[in-house]
Design a binder for this molecule. Structure first.
Ligand SMILES: [Zn+2]
Length: 276
């Protein structure tokens, strides 16, 4: 999903910048591209125009409960990189709320304590694949929110397989769902990932706007999820206000009688050929 430093990079598009961005991204350290770079790229001859691939951001719904007062909702959380948000994690555990967590290899490496909590509560947490290095699963070169895409079918495969291998090595059951960085794909990458045996996890409610929304609006968005919705938000930004709203919304939903399910527990319907 969108994070602040990605947004800052949206307008940057030269090949020179792309190299810098992917290098910075690989370190997980937001970087500011020097202003002089723009003038350098302006002086060289224009790069050949490659048409931008058509990207989709698929939707996912789950089978409704159709029981008044007991909406069925699948909470999904992305653990992209960085830390664990204890506000959310502790609420899930304390309130015994099941959820599906999409983890990257990078995040797993840095958060053994949170991983231990997930593994100690297998009745609550389904862990699924968010990739190896949090690189968008797009099989042609492009930028998504300023992040360099995987760029080839081989690199998409590496992102998916590398994520799964890290999970299994960490003692997590082999994943069945994949959600790529930014939740955007091109259709050919979707086909490739499906051919690897994965379902691809879209969503129907964007709970926290890439963890950039305020606490109040985040709480309101998530707490207003309806029967059959799949909510996406983030569990890796403990310093962002959004996480406070997420934690409150969990309590709100529980008080409303919500039936919380994981993706593995229910039938689902995804568009853009993500699950059929
Ligand atoms: Zn992510």
């Amino acid at each position: 999903m969108i994070e602040t430093h990605y947004m800052n990079r949206i307008l940057l598009a030269s090949a020179f910048l792309l190299v810098n961005i992917s290098a910075a991204f690989a370190d997980g350290i937001p970087s500011v591209v020097p202003a002089s770079v723009g003038s350098i790229s302006a002086m060289v001859s224009p790069a050949p125009r490659v048409p931008a691939p058509k990207l989709v951001e698929p939707h996912l719904h789950i089978a409704r409960s159709n029981v008044a007062g007991h909406a069925r909702i699948a909470l999904t959380f992305d653990a992209c990189m960085g830390q664990a948000d204890e506000r959310i994690l502790s609420t899930l555990v304390r309130e015994r709320i099941p959820a599906t967590i999409f983890v990257t290899a990078r995040w797993l490496k840095r958060n053994p304590a949170a991983l231990a909590v997930f593994l100690q509560n297998p009745d609550l947490f389904e862990l699924e694949n968010h990739g190896q290095n949090h690189i968008p699963a797009v099989d042609t070169p492009t930028l998504v929110y300023g992040i360099a895409s995987a760029g080839s079918p081989q690199a998409v495969r590496q992102e998916v397989e590398g994520g799964a291998a890290a999970m299994v090595a960490a003692g997590i059951p082999a994943p069945h769902w994949f959600r790529g960085s930014t939740a955007k794909y091109d259709l050919s990458a979707i086909g490739e990932i499906r051919a690897m045996g994965y379902r691809i996890a879209g969503y129907s409610v964007n709970g926290d706007g890439g963890s950039l929304l305020g606490a109040v609006i985040t709480e309101k968005r998530i707490a207003s999820a309806k029967d059959g919705d799949v909510v996406i938000s983030h569990i890796n930004q403990p310093t962002h206000a959004a996480g406070e709203g997420v934690a409150k919304a969990l309590v709100d939903l529980k008080a409303k009688g919500t039936e919380f399910v994981r993706l593995e527990d229910v039938e689902d319907t995804g568009d853009d050929k993500t699950t059929e």
